[in-house]
Design a protein around this ligand. Structure first.
Ligand SMILES: CC(C)(COP(=O)(O)OP(=O)(O)OC[C@H]1O[C@@H](n2cnc3c(N)ncnc32)[C@H](O)[C@@H]1OP(=O)(O)O)[C@@H](O)C(=O)NCCC(=O)NCCS
Length: 197
């Protein structure tokens, strides 16, 4: 299967949200979200308005359609001395019927290359610990960074894009965009979800 990755454009927005919604629409996940629908498509929509890094919002195309998407957002590590800007990865989505065909891999490797090219220093994020190490992500504890509450666990991972970039972050706490910390606006998500089939 031939996979191409390119920058997302405004014309892609609704389709990308459809793809994101489908990727995250597994039943146990919806139940845990307790809002009766996935919410990552809403997050992608919101990130475009707030804290999303649009130069790192990519679609993957295969067989003439958009089958995957990745976006990064602004985040930071705060130490007693300074605030170090980093990237947060996600959401990343691949249509269920196209999963395990290298689409996620194509999106992530392209994003990492472009993030380096654009001069970003590091990526930190929460994700599946069984998937991301193949791209070079390590547990955030290796960089001496905890989550905002002071904890580490295997799903909290990171990567330096510039060698040594996270050295001054040692002992610091990681803060994502407020979009992740705001109380999930369930009514807004449900309302937004009504425009999807
Ligand atoms: C997670 C996701 C982005 C991965 O994308 P993908 O296109 O399916 O994965 P790839 O084909 O690029 O995977 C490359 C390799 O990673 C490994 N891999 C893929 N998915 C994996 C998973 N869920 N767990 C562990 N390893 C995985 C496999 O080794 C795979 O190679 P193989 O199929 O030859 O064995 C995609 O499955 C998805 O959208 N899932 C639903 C939404 C989601 O969970 N997003 C991420 C939240 S952290």
């Amino acid at each position: 299967m031939n996979i191409t990755v390119r920058l997302e454009t405004e014309i892609d927005h609704h389709l990308v949200e459809e793809v994101t919604r489908c990727a995250f629409a597994y039943p146990d996940r919806i139940e845990r979200g307790q809002i009766g629908c996935p919410y990552e498509h809403w997050m992608v929509h919101e990130l475009r308005e707030r804290d999303g890094v649009l130069e790192l919002s990519f679609v993957a195309e295969a067989e003439g359609e958009i089958v995957g998407h990745i976006i990064c957002s602004k985040a930071e590590v705060r130490t007693a001395e300074e605030t170090i800007p980093v990237l947060n990865l996600g959401p990343i989505s691949v249509l269920p019927q196209y999963q395990r065909k290298g689409v996620g891999k194509a999106l992530i490797t392209h994003m990492i290359d472009q993030a380096k090219h654009l001069g970003f220093g590091a990526i930190l994020f929460f994700g599946r610990p069984e998937y991301y190490p193949q791209f070079g992500f390590k547990e955030a504890s290796e960089f001496g960074v905890t989550d905002s509450e002071g904890y580490n666990y295997s799903s909290f991972m990171g990567m330096e894009l510039v060698p040594g970039y996270l050295k001054p972050a040692y002992g610091g706490k990681y803060f994502e965009s407020d979009i992740y910390n705001d109380e999930l606006n369930r009514e807004a998500v449900r309302e937004f979800d009504r425009s999807f089939s």
